[in-house]
Design a protein around this ligand. Structure first.
Ligand code: ZN
Length: 155
């Protein structure tokens, strides 16, 4: 694979995920955001990983651990198994397999991820972050709805 190929497998990096990483373009779909996040792991674009996580979760992220994970592995290939872009008006689901080599052997990370759209941009809902939020508080995505009636259903 040449350096110009996008890690997500959809063509030339400069015309695929790089404009998203540089903040020059936005993901139009949850699948595109998911692809760009995979590419960001491969390219060690850690700020992008943080910025595309749900607004209310960003400060709870362990950025050092994300950076270590990004750099510790060799990112081989992304396979999007299926994408449901409209679970409801603002939520989507993407099932994928991330293939990587951990230095000893090839690994496959199979995940079903959820995403939320807020003010025209897609964000990843991270099920691993610790959230000090009650069901009645405003949602982590910024929607202004109660957490219970918004993203809690997908976390
Ligand atoms: Zn929400």
């Amino acid at each position: 694979m040449s350096e110009s190929n996008c890690p997500c497998g959809q063509g030339n990096y400069a015309h695929c995920c790089q404009p998203l990483h540089l903040g020059q373009a936005k993901a139009h779909t949850a699948e595109q955001l998911m692809r760009s996040r995979y590419s960001a792991f491969a390219k060690h674009e850690i700020d992008y990983i943080v910025k595309t996580t749900a607004l209310g979760q960003q400060q709870a992220l362990d950025v050092a651990a994300i950076r270590d994970w990004s750099k510790a592995n060799h990112w081989l290939k992304l396979e999007v198994v299926q994408a449901q872009e409209k679970l409801d008006k603002h939520h989507a689901q993407v099932e994928f397999k991330a293939h990587y080599h951990d230095g000893q052997q090839a690994q496959v990370h199979h995940e079903i991820s959820h995403f939320v759209k807020h003010e025209g941009a897609w964000y990843f809902l991270d099920p691993t972050t610790t959230m000090n939020i009650t069901m009645k508080q405003p949602c982590i995505c910024g929607s202004g709805k109660k957490f219970k009636q918004c993203c809690a259903q997908y976390l």
